[in-house]
Design a binder for this molecule. Structure first.
Ligand SMILES: [Zn+2]
Length: 328
């Protein structure tokens, strides 16, 4: 080896060592920034769930019912559950991520668009921060689902993940290259309050929604909507998943109409965003017909007539929301 080559090799080696030092410092910094102890809250319409994570390990998880229509009681319940979960885990997170229906308005800071209407027009993020006594990061519950499924769930490794909640309400969230697409109005991925596309004459104007508009997808596809459509046939009340499992002709016809509406709605999302995967969460994601039939129904409904988008169930089950909240 010539002297010049030895010097070049030494320079390379020094660079490598410096790079390793910088890299290791950056890793330490990222690790610190990553705040390995994370507390997440899923503030749902019927239940509140808290999870405490260290890296990806669940140290504690607790649930309680949501006080119905009681804003102050809801704040207190969240604060108490966080305190109990962190005491059980023996750690305290520096901030708390909260997923809730609706989102804080970027114009007023007040919660809006929540189907838990007691939260609407309230300074939810500020009030939660006061109740929990530390910073709170508040996001839409469907965005939390999208984050957790894109992180290490059914959308892991995909560039654009469109996650949909089909449950008491209908919501959606978009994650692009690991980041939430929240939008300048905070409405990114708000699937449930777009109108049912290509309506038939008997679907116009559609049900009136609590949001003030008519014909929202939520009013057609949410669990309570399907249950109401079933009761309108003069049948005894059943849950949405029980209707999907019922073998009567009435139930099969109703499920077919529900699937057709879901396919029309998802086809619009595909034509607009063209995600790499559609992940379905919420209680109605247990309906197998979604995965058996919807992928084949999308092709004729999207622009150009071809669609290979996978439609898959959320892999974290009903914990997707709380795990995503912990990632906020
Ligand atoms: Zn609506």
């Amino acid at each position: 080896m010539s002297l010049m080559m030895v010097r070049f090799s030494m320079v390379l080696e020094t660079c490598c060592i410096e790079k390793m030092m910088v890299s290791s410092l950056m890793d330490a910094y990222s690790y610190h920034l990553d705040m390995p102890v994370r507390t997440g809250v899923d503030l749902g319409g019927t239940k509140i769930e808290v999870v405490v994570l260290q890296d990806d390990e669940i140290l504690a998880r607790l649930r309680c019912g949501t006080p119905q229509g009681d804003y102050a009681g809801t704040l207190q319940a969240v604060a108490e559950l966080v305190s109990q979960a962190e005491a059980k885990a023996g750690v305290t997170a520096p901030h708390v991520g909260v997923g809730a229906p609706g989102s804080p308005s970027p114009f007023t800071g007040l919660q809006r668009n929540s189907n838990s209407t007691a939260l609407n027009d309230m300074p939810l993020a500020d009030d939660l921060a006061t109740a929990i006594n530390r910073p709170v990061r508040l996001a839409n519950d469907a965005n939390c689902l999208a984050l957790s499924e894109a992180w290490n769930g059914a959308g892991a490794g995909q560039g654009t993940v469109f996650a949909v909640i089909l449950g008491t309400g209908v919501g959606g969230g978009l994650v692009v290259d690991g980041a939430l697409l929240e939008g300048c109005n905070g409405l990114g991925g708000e699937f449930g309050h777009t109108a049912l596309p290509r309506p038939t004459t008997d679907e116009i104007p559609g049900p009136t929604c609590y949001c003030g508009l008519n014909g929202c997808i939520e009013g057609w596809l949410a669990g309570p909507a399907l249950e109401a459509q079933w009761c309108a046939l003069g049948r005894a009340p059943l849950t949405a998943t029980a209707i999907a499992a019922d073998t009567s002709e009435n139930a099969k016809d109703l499920l077919d109409r529900w699937l057709d509406r879901l396919a029309r709605a998802l086809a619009n999302a595909v034509t607009l965003v063209d995600p790499d995967v559609i992940v379905i969460g919420g209680g109605l994601n247990a309906i197998d017909a979604i995965y058996d039939q919807i992928p084949g129904m999308l092709g004729p409904l999207v622009f150009g007539g071809g669609c290979s988008t996978p439609v898959v169930a959320a892999s974290h089950g009903d914990s997707s929301g709380v795990l995503g909240a912990a990632r906020l």
